[in-house]
Design a protein. Structure first.
Length: 148
């Protein structure tokens, strides 16, 4: 997991060959003005979902992992808190291959971190994360999905 400001995303470009395309997309697009929806950048290998999410409490948030994709999650209208637990500490539960997600309900995260506006959280396949924890009823966010 990486927590940092969006200004520093370019410093992580070497971590994945598709990260420079995320940097380029952010330079050329204002995420806060984009309508909710899925925007393909490199087909199924790189896309961004703009979504309006319901703010959840830590107890309501569900830990999840992905096998094939890296998430870069960016809050757009309000701060977002993420629960975090190392994947190797999570119980084995059923993986949904079609949606590339494993959900682990009814388990509190080991720790929590908050991204303010202008920040990002990068979650790799080894990172269990519980997104959408917020103190507002709804907020807009961007989730870049990058082939790992």
């Amino acid at each position: 997991m990486i927590i940092d400001t969006l200004d520093n995303l370019e410093k992580y470009a070497a971590l994945n060959p598709l990260f420079p395309k995320v940097v380029e997309f952010l330079k050329n697009n204002d995420l806060s003005k984009m309508a909710d929806g899925k925007y393909e950048i490199e087909g199924k290998d790189l896309f961004v979902n703009i979504t309006t999410s319901k703010g959840k409490t830590p107890d309501e948030a569900v830990l999840e992992t992905h096998n094939k994709m890296i998430d870069i999650q960016i809050p757009l209208t309000a701060a977002e808190t993420y629960g975090y637990t190392q994947r190797n500490l999570l119980p084995n539960v059923e993986y949904n291959a079609e949606k590339d997600i494993t959900k682990i309900p009814d388990l509190a995260a080991d720790s929590y971190v908050t991204c303010q506006l202008g920040m990002m959280a990068i979650f790799f396949p080894q990172d269990g994360h519980a997104p959408c924890i917020a103190t507002v009823p709804e907020f807009k966010k961007a989730i870049f999905k990058i082939k790992a």
